[in-house]
Design a protein around this ligand. Structure first.
Ligand code: HEM
Length: 459
């Protein structure tokens, strides 16, 4: 049995070990305003004392009193939250803050591009950008168009079965998944139930990791089978696979699996949510919806069922402004973080290595200092070239920015515009939901507790 003196000595030893490892963070943290929480566990107790779905709103609330920087202790990790665009610019571009905090990001991506650090990440980025460049895009767009036409055919049936009010995100996520599987990986292996289960598992984060991994394994097996065919024949195959084949010369089997997982999950979740959120915002703003339709009618000139190329998609300027305004108010990635690897000067502080620095895009996107008094309103016109040129480039960061910004944004834009232009030309959307009443919560991506509920009728 331990007596009191033993307990005292154990406490002293534990304290000295912690002091040795975290002392510089404790001393630094003492100078920063914010929340200490309880010793050792820090702010965790606060997190677990609110309902999971209220945690995001709760965080936005506790951030309100701080103008520039505040801290929380997350267990033994010190996290600083920043909110000035000029500080975000430094964070997203400095070599000292290139890495992401692995513990926060590791859920599905293991060693892939999303989580990897340093030189390895730079190599992955260069490698993966081959399948997301403009040449690759030309091969994807026709497939995405065909999938959209199939989607519309089956959606008419679903409307008849389910009535006209529905959570549209279920359908847009499935479409985004189909688009990425077929256009990039030439993969048609999954039926609707399997796709929906995968999307549900990803949404619920860690709970069913093995089923997520099995899904990716099937895609990867298909990719490797096709790569073998590429190797054994001179005949040209599905073009993206030839590019992936080039990539496999640089990375191994496990790395390829992690990259597939990164691309499939990033591509389907974020893109699908953005499409659903835009439909919801247009349902809340019928006059903006009609402006989108006016633009589309002019562009299509009576031929909306034609295969669209990137040039046609680029002409959809008002639709683009609507999507940009949607992701200003509802950024799909709710939090962006970096772990400082070498001491850095940021936000007028000398931040020591190991500290995590984080920000919430939604806080910056709705800060009246940068967006004006109407920052909470849905006004796509603020993204006209003239109006947007007055906004600080780091006050708008839905795709992040700097060296580790999103590498899939161009692909995402093509899927988003293909879907929305075809869908909106065919259906009118309305909703009972009001923006101010939406309850937002954060899982892998930003979510709405009430669902993306819209009423849909044929035009
Ligand atoms: C509208 C859709 C999308 C949005 C809003 C979005 C947003 C973002 C954001 C904010 C980041 C930075 C995250 C961070 O620094 O913590 C990111 C990174 C990334 N995105 Fe996207 N993304 C979208 C679509 C896609 C698509 C379609 C793909 C792939 C096909 C993709 C692949 C990636 C990858 C690989 C990274 C990690 C880059 C790195 O860490 O070096 N994203 N995305």
């Amino acid at each position: 049995m331990l007596n009191l003196i033993d307990v005292f000595f154990v406490c002293i030893v534990v304290y000295l070990v912690l002091r040795w490892n975290f002392g510089s963070h404790w001393d630094f943290g003492d100078k920063i305003p914010g929340y200490n929480g309880m010793p050792i566990v820090g702010f965790w107790y606060q997190y677990f004392s609110v309902k999971f779905e209220d945690a995001y709103a709760n965080f936005l609330e506790i951030a309100k009193p701080f103008d520039s920087v505040f801290k929380i202790w997350w267990g033994l990790n010190l996290i600083l939250f920043i909110r000035k665009p000029e500080d975000i610019k430094i964070l997203l571009n400095a070599d000292e803050s290139y890495d992401k905090p692995k513990k926060m990001y590791k859920t599905f991506f293991n060693r892939g591009l999303f989580v990897s650090s340093g030189e390895k990440n730079r190599l992955y980025r260069k490698t993966m950008s081959i399948i997301l460049d403009s040449k690759a895009m030309q091969t994807y767009i026709p497939t995405i168009n065909i999938k959209m036409k199939n989607f519309l055919k089956s959606f008419d049936e679903k409307l008849k079965e389910n009535g006209d009010e529905m959570d549209i995100s279920k359908h847009t996520l499935d479409f985004a998944l189909i688009a990425i599987l077929s256009s990039m990986f030439g993969c048609e292996d999954f039926n609707e139930d399997e796709r929906l289960k995968f999307l549900q598992d990803v949404e619920e984060l860690k709970k069913h990791e093995s089923s997520i991994s099995d899904f990716v394994e099937i895609i990867e097996t298909g990719v490797e089978k096709n790569i073998n065919k590429v190797e054994s024949t001179d005949k040209k195959f599905y073009p993206p696979l030839e590019q992936i084949y080039e990539i496999t010369k640089l990375i191994n089997h496990f790395e390829l699996k992690d990259e597939i997982s990164t691309i499939v999950i990033s591509g389907s979740q974020k893109t699908g949510k953005v499409i659903a959120a835009t439909i919801l915002m247009l349902a809340m703003n019928p006059n903006k919806q009609e402006k989108v339709i006016d633009e589309l009618v002019t562009i299509f000139n009576g031929k909306s069922d034609q295969i669209m190329d990137e040039r046609t998609l680029n002409r959809m300027k008002y639709l683009e402004m609507v999507v940009k305004e949607t992701i200003r108010l509802l950024p799909p990635i709710p939090q962006i973080s970096r772990q400082i690897r070498k001491d850095i000067e940021l936000a007028d502080l000398q931040i020591p290595a190991g500290v995590i620095v984080s920000f919430f895009p939604q806080i910056i996107h709705t800060d009246k200092k940068y967006w004006g008094d109407d920052a909470d309103e849905f006004i796509p016109e603020r993204f006209s070239d003239t109006n947007f040129s007055k906004i600080h480039p780091y006050a708008y960061i839905p795709f992040s920015n700097g060296e580790r910004s999103c590498i899939g944004d161009r692909y995402a834009w093509n899927v988003i515009k293909t879907f929305l232009s075809q869908f909106l030309m065919r259906y009118r959307v309305t909703t009972k939901l009001k923006f101010a009443e939406l309850k937002l919560y954060s899982l892998f991506t930003l979510n709405i507790k009430q669902g993306f509920m819209v009423n849909i009728e044929k035009r």
